[in-house]
Design a protein around this ligand. Structure first.
Ligand SMILES: [Zn+2]
Length: 302
């Protein structure tokens, strides 16, 4: 709790500072062209799936880099000195939600103190503070992330504003189609089997959008640090048995030993390859990530 309140306080501080800076960004450039960046403007994004979303909106107007590499859990990400250097070069930083990656907060704070604009894509979303996994609902990405990005990035590069608005509109149509597609897939899951058990509380936004119930999690809360206690494991096994949940869903990179143990003790299928926090081999874009997850969930519950 302490850590999350701290993150929230920092976020307020950053947003306060961010609003006072002009459109020129923060990086101390060694050349008028903006150093090694091809477009002259570098946007550092916290996570890989969000970097894809930012690319869809920004088009060729910005160079985009993701701070947390593919396949790495942002909750437990440890930045290197190279990451600090990348952030120091940024003209803007885009964050899913700063409470998500406690280790990045300090770096972002340092950049913000130098006047770097920080765009929080979740700004204005009721409940994002309690559960930051908003991106697992594509309608929220459409309704909040896209307008927040257009607004924030247009402040950094006003001349690209019109292009970015039109990019966001096209991408918005694809997100609408994605939402309709998931809705259609989910219809094949009987209402009584729409039960999700996951490794931490990450599937709430997805569940609400598509009519699932989250009946249990292996780890308490929204973070993934540490292994579940023996008591927690026993409680989860009981929850799975009592609720009749047909499967347990873990994210890519989860401990296979743990997955086997849960499968053995619950007798249900354990899916170990949801892409919820990062892109990866089976999901090269945000849309592919959502399609993959919907397929895996629907297959396991149908
Ligand atoms: Zn998470």
């Amino acid at each position: 709790m302490v850590r999350r309140s701290y993150a929230a306080a920092i976020l307020l501080l950053i947003l306060g500072l961010g609003s006072q800076v002009g459109p020129l960004g923060c990086a101390e450039r060694t050349s008028p062209e903006g150093g090694s960046s091809a477009t002259g403007s570098l946007v550092v994004v916290d996570t890989s799936f969000l970097a894809d979303i930012v690319r869809q909106v920004a088009g060729d107007s910005f160079d985009i880099v993701s701070l947390v590499p593919e396949g790495v859990d942002p909750h437990s990400f440890e930045p290197t000195p190279k990451d600090a250097a990348t952030i120091a070069e940024a003209d803007a930083i885009v964050a899913t939600h700063l409470g998500l990656e406690p280790k990045i907060v300090e770096l972002v704070q340092a950049a913000a103190e130098k006047g770097c604009p920080v765009i929080d894509v979740s700004a204005g979303i009721p409940g994002a503070e309690q559960d930051p996994h908003v991106w697992l609902d594509p309608v929220m990405v459409l309704d909040y992330y896209l307008p927040n990005l257009v607004k924030g990035l247009s402040t950094v590069k006003p001349e690209a504003g019109t292009t970015m608005s039109s990019n966001a509109e096209s991408y918005g149509h694809r997100l609408r189609e994605l939402d309709e597609w998931i809705e259609e897939q989910v219809k094949s899951v009987p209402a009584a089997r729409r039960l999700l058990v996951s490794n931490h509380e990450s599937l709430g936004w997805f569940a609400r959008r598509y009519g699932f119930a989250v009946v249990g999690t292996l780890l308490p809360g929204q973070h993934t640090e540490g292994a579940p206690s023996a008591e927690r494991l026993v409680a989860l096994v009981t929850t799975v048995k009592q609720s009749g949940a047909p499967a347990v869903f873990l994210e890519t990179g989860s401990d296979p030993g743990l997955a086997e143990q849960i499968a053995r003790e619950t007798g249900v299928a354990v899916i170990t390859d949801l892409y919820t926090h990062s892109l990866g081999e089976a999901a090269r874009t945000y849309i592919e990530m959502m399609e993959w997850n919907a397929k895996r969930i629907v297959e396991a519950l149908s």
